[in-house]
Design a protein around this ligand. Structure first.
Ligand SMILES: O=C1O[C@H](COP(=O)(O)O)[C@@H](O)[C@H](O)[C@H]1O
Length: 248
């Protein structure tokens, strides 16, 4: 696992823009190499803002999305198109405006889908989809970049302090039934899946995230601060604005 690096920007706008530019450049390079690029999306304020910036830069540059696969780090287990779903927000911010092949967009199942409203079944289904994409090379494909927001309570994806999901070390995907942040039911990648990513990028903006960023970089108990366990195989970057960096 890699040691975290910190990239600081003055504010949320600069942070989102810089994340977007870096991502677009990586996608352009992968397309030039004709290599699949697996990107894990996040929900949350700065995560969605970064996707809007990706849309603007990508459309300006006219990039190809032919080899890009989009996954989600977590989802709020709600009906399809619910405005609180991370997928719905990502579609509005980015996906509806780009020409990524639809079979390469891999949303986490919705609560009104094929799983009869059973969040555990939805988690199992997503785990299977990941395994198929990994083509026998592991439980999940090698994600090029895993984007993660972080909550004020130091959660990442839907791995919350003190809940069992943080300690899951076998399954690639976990169901959450008791999220302290609504909705209570969620589906999340587990830490082993996040750590399988080449690069993990934690995005944090605003003073409310300052303590979580401090804990995430201090590398303390993952059970108390799941963000401390968010590390990439090759690179870990904490993209922060000055307010989120105020306790460093
Ligand atoms: O519920 C969630 O929260 C986190 C952080 O969101 P924020 O609005 O406080 O930035 C997000 O990373 C996660 O994907 C989402 O489901």
């Amino acid at each position: 696992m890699s040691e975290p690096e910190i990239v600081r920007h003055a504010d949320a706008a600069g942070l989102a823009d810089s994340v977007a530019l870096k991502l677009v450049n990586m996608i352009v390079q992968a397309e030039a190499d004709k290599r699949d690029f697996h990107l894990v999306l996040t929900g949350g304020g700065i995560g969605i803002r970064a996707l809007e910036a990706v849309r603007d830069h990508a459309n300006e540059a006219g990039i190809s999305w032919a080899h890009v696969h989009l996954w989600w780090g977590d989802e709020r287990y709600l009906p399809d198109k619910d405005p609180e779903r991370n997928e719905t927000q990502a579609c509005a911010a980015l996906i509806d405006s780009i020409s990524v092949p639809s079979h390469q967009v891999h949303p986490i199942p919705a609560s009104d889908g094929l799983d009869g409203g059973q969040v555990e079944h939805a988690a199992t289904r997503y785990g299977r989809e990941l395994a198929v994409a990994a083509r026998g090379e592991g439980p999940v494909p090698v994600f090029d970049v895993c984007l993660l927001g972080v909550g004020p309570d130091a959660h990442v994806a839907s791995l919350f302090p003190g809940l069992s999901g943080v300690r899951e070390d076998e399954a690639s995907v976990a169901a959450v039934r008791d999220s302290p942040k609504p909705p209570t039911e969620r589906v999340t990648l587990t830490l082993p899946s996040i750590r399988a990513a080449r690069e993990v990028w934690v995005l944090a903006s605003g003073e409310g995230k300052a303590e979580a960023v401090r804990l995430g970089l201090a590398g303390g108990s993952v059970d108390e601060a799941p963000v401390a366990g968010a590390r990439g195989a090759e690179r870990t970057v904490f993209w922060v604005d000055e307010a989120a960096a105020s306790e460093l």
